[in-house]
Design a protein around this ligand. Structure first.
Ligand SMILES: [Zn+2]
Length: 336
């Protein structure tokens, strides 16, 4: 098994690519690439991403070339709509490829000792495919014009771009505008969203109360309250905007406190009813329970509630981060 650092190092040396902590990048025979390692089931894979702007014609031509290569190896192939999983191209240790609008990505199995030579051979082959397809070298993948400045390298959402700085800025602005259009067009309502969030956290609260009354710890239930609140906020067509996180945060925060008060009230009610030998009126029970909380129980409740709130907030942040309705921003970093 050959270590991946050795392979990345050898490739960087061969093509004069620049090194970063986790990847190498640069101009590979005139085309922009980023190469990194990916661990998959403990096996080391090499991910090669060419950033190229392509039209449908170019995409088809590249796909055809790769398919012909696959046929050469007489392997079966499974087609899916957007990605192209293919069986191993033995010749180059290639496992899979993906053709997207702005990039072509390859996954290589990189553990064989002869991999380095196979990879160099593949690069030569693919460079020819790209030139024959008519994709020009040393051009900005955004505007398609020639790029002279060798300093303009950017990392955009984990892809490397060798592009004009103004084109990167333009792409970023366009992305933000596209997203704000989506936001404006969204006709969701705060009211229905809040109802959904309250309903979701009430369901979570019932479990919280039941566990608490029966003498179990409850703080670990609060992430469930957060998750259900987010889920039902979306299901009830809650408005997708910056305020969403504040609404959900407030609802869940208040519901954790209310759930714990309800837990204590029910425990007090059970005690009173047992002591009196009959079911006492609800306003009498509430009166005793609230006084009990104010007099001494709050000292035990506050740290307990805080523990639940911490768990609720952490999971709420997590749930909102993975929430598909969040506005997506490009992560842009200039590479030195
Ligand atoms: Zn440009």
């Amino acid at each position: 098994m050959v270590k991946i650092e050795t392979i990345l190092g050898a490739i960087a040396k061969e093509y004069n690519l620049k090194k970063k902590m986790m990847y190498i990048y640069g101009d590979l025979n005139g085309y922009t690439v980023k190469i990194n390692e990916d661990l998959e089931n403990y096996a080391s894979k090499l991910i090669v991403c060419y950033t190229i702007k392509m039209g449908d014609v170019e995409k088809e031509a590249i796909k055809k070339a790769l398919e012909d290569l696959d046929e050469e190896n007489q392997k079966k192939k499974i087609l899916s709509s957007e990605m192209e999983p293919v069986n191993l191209f033995k010749k180059y240790s290639l496992e899979k490829y993906y053709i997207l609008d702005d990039s072509v990505q390859f996954k290589f199995i990189s553990t064989t000792p002869k991999f380095k030579e196979k990879f160099f051979e593949f690069v030569t082959w693919f460079t020819n495919v790209l030139s024959e397809t008519g994709i020009k070298k040393h051009v900005c993948p955004i505007c398609g014009m020639e790029i002279e400045n060798d300093k303009d390298w950017f990392l955009v959402d984990y892809k490397v771009y060798h592009a004009h700085e103004k084109c990167i800025n333009y792409m970023n602005e366009k992305n933000e505008n596209d997203n704000s259009v989506i936001e404006k067009e969204d006709q969701g309502s705060y009211l229905t969203g809040i109802i959904g969030a309250i309903l979701g956290s009430i369901i979570g609260s019932l479990i919280y109360i039941w566990l608490g009354v029966n003498g179990y710890w409850t703080f670990y239930v609060t992430p469930f309250m957060s998750g259900l609140a987010v889920f039902l906020y979306n299901k009830f067509n809650g408005r997708r905007s910056k305020n969403k996180k504040y609404i959900l945060g407030s609802v869940v925060f208040i519901m954790v406190i209310l759930a714990d008060i309800a837990r204590v009230v029910i425990i007090v009610a059970n005690e009173i009813n047992k002591y009196m030998g009959q079911n006492m009126p609800i306003n009498y029970i509430l009166d005793v329970a609230i006084n009990f909380i104010i007099d001494r129980e709050y000292k035990y409740m506050i740290p307990y509630i805080l523990l639940g709130e911490v768990f609720a907030v952490i999971s709420l942040i997590g749930a909102l981060k993975s929430d598909i309705t969040n506005i997506k921003k490009l992560k842009i970093k200039k590479l030195s």
